[in-house]
Write a new protein. Structure first.
Length: 151
């Protein structure tokens, strides 16, 4: 039996209760692409998953999911100050996720043994957007989450 769905949901729930990443902090943590009206100005998005399978010796099958993720920030304005603010905020969201998973790599027991979520940094994309009818800048800090479980 695979661990992807339960692991992804558990990691989402873990992150959305981590310091600095809660709804009270103004951050939305989602495990699927949001509808346009569900987008937020500060968001962690756990996206698509790829899975590698292998033999785990006497353990049976090893399953290694990799989840593509983004720390997303949208800031009002259309100049370099707005770009800098969006970039800095996206980086801060990524750092909060990285810190939470470093402190508890099992994501509160969300992933089965050996139960260690590894975070890998990715790139940074910036783009102009319209937010509530006004000019804004969006920054997406890519990263991935990987774990291995045995069944």
């Amino acid at each position: 039996m695979g661990t992807v769905a339960a692991g992804k949901a558990g990691i989402r729930d873990f992150l959305k209760t981590s310091p600095g990443l809660t709804a009270t902090d103004g951050v939305k943590v989602a495990s699927a692409d949001p509808l346009p009206e569900e987008m937020a100005t500060a968001m962690l998005l756990l996206g698509g998953v790829t899975i590698a399978y292998g033999q785990a010796g006497l353990q049976g099958r090893a399953e290694t999911p990799t989840v593509s993720c983004w720390a997303i920030s949208v800031k009002p304005g259309n100049g370099e100050d707005a770009v800098d603010a969006a970039r800095d905020a996206a980086e801060a969201l990524f750092t909060l996720a990285e810190t939470a998973l470093a402190a508890d790599p099992s994501a509160a027991g969300s992933v089965p043994p050996p139960g260690r979520v590894v975070i890998t940094a990715g790139g940074l994309e910036e783009s102009p957007v319209s937010w509530d009818g006004a000019a804004a800048r969006r920054a997406d800090r890519a990263f991935s989450l990987t774990w291995t479980s045995h069944s």
